[in-house]
Design a protein. Structure first.
Length: 367
């Protein structure tokens, strides 16, 4: 396996369209790194540049210490798994998995050994004689992964491989790919638009927006310490709530004033906004850090807000409650047995220990 390095990589299309801007990333040997972001953010383009399927406009890419800018895809010693499986319909599963090795003129005995080993790893040995049309979506995806495994490449690249599967099969397959990474000890670069997929699979996650890498961190670091408002809002389900307001000092305390409610900030939160007194900021809090005041242990009235319930979504073990302060809408993640009804006025407690503040102009986090 191998380390993959991107240094100051750009992709510029005709008309000066900047698809990827100054991407810098080091993927360690045997690391599982996930590129995540909304459609059009440049994640698939970045992956395709590593694969050699897109030319690099500027910068350098290294695989296992070798600069590969001008190396054709077939000579980069990588294997790619696509969204649409890309299987040959007229070939059996066995022949699909063996095809790349046959082109490279591997001995028949070694091809057979590699194909059967990969089939055993993926649990598809009984499918080897079937054609792709006889397989389910999940089985086809396993075959596509198997075709990559038999190559024993230096790095595996996955381009949204689960997006064509149903919800249950996606959960199953992301578990299979994670187990596969552990078993193979492989270097993997994985692209998805699904932040839940990213959070559950990656050793580290690369969040992209508008062709720019916003933050590279472990899943928990991204969740607890987002670099900016975009990352904070993109990572987490339901997403973080944001309130626009101002910072005011009053009666020896620091307050965040939204317009329909005032929050008295504790020492930690006040320190974050110390340089923004009298200015606009964005206050962020995750749905799970908002409690029904009737069940809260925090009785400080300065940590409470009132809102009207607009929608209630029972989720079994919990409920998602959509609320309106009169100025802002937001979501609270409450207990399954909390009382919540549409049009009900409810009092809520904000956990300020988990609060985030962002610059109203740049969106950068205040620390």
């Amino acid at each position: 396996m191998a380390k993959v390095i991107l240094q100051n990589v750009y992709k510029i299309y005709p008309g000066n369209v900047m698809a990827v801007r100054d991407a810098n990333l080091e993927i360690e040997d045997q690391e599982f790194v996930v590129l995540v972001g909304p459609s059009g953010c440049g994640k698939s383009t970045t992956l395709r540049m590593v694969a050699g399927l897109e030319e690099i406009s500027r910068g350098q890419i290294y695989i296992d210490g070798r600069k590969v800018n001008d190396v054709p895809p077939k000579d980069r010693d990588i294997a790619m798994v696509f969204q649409n499986y890309a299987l040959y319909p007229h070939m059996s599963v066995y022949k699909n998995m063996a095809f790349g090795l046959k082109l490279r003129k591997f001995p028949k005995a070694e091809i057979d050994q590699r194909v059967r080993e990969a089939a055993d790893i993926l649990g598809i040995r009984e499918l080897l004689e079937r054609k792709p049309k006889e397989l389910s979506g999940g089985q086809r995806q396993r075959v596509a992964v198997g075709r990559a495994i038999v190559r024993k490449p230096k790095a595996f690249l996955f381009d949204e491989p689960l997006s064509n599967l149903d919800a249950k099969m996606r959960v199953q397959m992301r578990t299979e790919i994670s187990k596969l990474h552990t078993r193979l000890g492989a270097t993997m670069l994985y692209v998805t638009h699904d932040q839940v997929e990213a959070m559950t699979m990656g050793d580290r996650i690369v969040v992209m927006k508008d062709g720019i890498i916003q933050q590279v961190a472990t899943p928990l670091e991204l969740y607890d310490q987002p670099a900016n408002q975009f990352v904070a809002g993109f990572i987490g389900s339901p997403p973080m709530n944001f309130f626009n307001g101002s910072v005011v000092q009053q009666n020896g305390a620091t307050w965040f004033k939204e317009g329909t409610f005032d929050l008295c900030l504790d020492e930690r939160a006040a320190a974050k906004v110390a340089g923004y007194v009298g200015q606009q900021v964005v206050f962020g809090v995750r749905p799970e850090d908002i409690q029904d005041a009737r069940r809260a242990t925090d009785h400080d009235p300065g940590h409470r807000i009132r809102a009207t319930i607009e929608v209630v979504e029972p989720m079994g073990a919990e409920i998602f409650v959509y609320l309106n302060t009169g100025r802002n809408t937001f979501i609270a993640r409450l207990g399954a047995h909390d009382e919540a009804a549409v049009d009900q006025q409810i009092e809520l407690v904000i956990n300020l220990q988990k609060a985030h503040f962002f610059d109203a102009g740049s969106g950068e986090v205040l620390v």
